[in-house]
Each structure stands twice: as structure tokens, then as C-alpha cells.
Design a protein around this ligand. Sequence first.
Ligand code: PEP
Length: 248
Amino acid sequence: MTPRKIAAGNWKMNGLAAALAEVAALNAAHPAPACAMLLCPPATLLAQMNWAAKGSNLKLGGQDCHQDASGAHTGDISAAMLRDAGATYVILGHSERRADHGETDALVLAKAKAALACGLIPIVCIGETEAQRDAGTTLQVIGSQLDGSVPEESTAATLVVAYEPVWAIGTGRTPTIAQIAEVHAFLRARLTAKIGTAAGVSLLYGGSVKPSNATQIFAVPHVDGALVGGASLKAADFGSIVAALSAA
Ligand code: PEP
């Protein structure tokens, strides 16, 4: 089974209604990309973006969901709400949520199960800090995050994993090609041990992906696409990354 190629944009806490112009520009420039093109806007924009993207190939995702289906959780959003607003994916366990909100592997796992129950595809994020890389524990750290965060019932159709070294997010720094290759090969093997076969699971790289480095990163074995932060905010930049992945 061949993994889906996915270019996913994470807008984080950026974007007001005026930013929907970027979606129109992206769709106009890339009406039929040879990869999945996905944007994960703030929840406030999801339904509007869904309307703006109607009839296009753009897919939508949330940036987080609660582990419960409903209830007294002021300020939180359920997987069903994201689905209702037009999402088909949800980013879970992003390092900013792990750091800012103390999210553990067990919580990410519970959220991933909630997403699956609603038919959302979780994009489970894992990655080492700079101190962990310097200490030589990268594979140990991401192996343990993968084991603890990914539901065992996942299949290639219901799981995306994003390797995002924490020190590369929003810093302009990226690992070497050899480092990305090492981690992605490790992830493919570790996932196979966990869920049976991981041949078709999309493994994304994330961390300072931009138009100038996308082609080189997409040539790395077992890299099936990217999770993009800053460079996903502008249609021209994200479109270049979509084009690079389409050509890979
Ligand atoms: C991210 O937040 O997932 C990310 C990869 O950000 P950036 O591309 O800005 O490094």
C-alpha cells in the first residue's frame, strides 16, 4: 500500500476572516494537486473555510480536540464538533500543546481514540527536544511517544504521524537529511511492530519546512509529506510546498 502524500498547514493561533483570501488564492493556483492539500485553521475559521473551499480539493483539519464526546468542558472542542464544521483530520499532541498544556502521551492517545470514534483522522505529532537530541536519546523518545500516543486499532486509512523535532519548529533550523531519514525509517519499523503494517501510513516531517527546502525533504525515504506552520499562512509559500510534494 502506498502512503498518501499530504501537505498539511497548521495555522496555529493565526488568522481572522480576512485570511480566507489565502484559501481562495491557494485553490485557484492549485485546483488539482497530486497530493492531499490540508489546512488546519483556528476553530473559529473552520466552518467559514469549509464554505470557502466548497467544491475544491482542499481538506480541513482541527488543531486539537477534547477526549470526551461532550460535557462540561468550557472552552474545549469535541471531535464531533470539528467534524460538523467540516474537518476530516485533527492535529493531536503538537509539541506546543504538550508544552503549554502539559499534554501527556496517555491524553493524546485518548484524544486520538475520540477522533477515530467520530471518523476524524488523527495527525499524531511526536518529536524530541534539543536537549534530548544532544543526549542521544532521540529514537528512544520518539519511540516511546509513538507507543504511548497511537491507538493500536489504527490502520493506514485512519492514521497520520508527524515527526516534528521541537527545536526545529518555528526556528528556521532543520535536522540534516540524514537525521530525518534515520527517524522516518525508525518510525516506519516501529509502527509496523505496533499496528501490524505501517506500509501505507503517511509519515510527515514538520519543522521549518519552506519552499526552499521542501523538495530536498520530500526526497527522503519514508517522508510522505509535511506538517507546515509559518509557511502555510501565505498561499504562495504553501502552494510552492504543495507543488514540490506533487512533483516528488
Ligand atoms: C508546526 O508548528 O507544526 C511547524 C512545523 O511549524 P513551522 O513550520 O513554523 O516550523
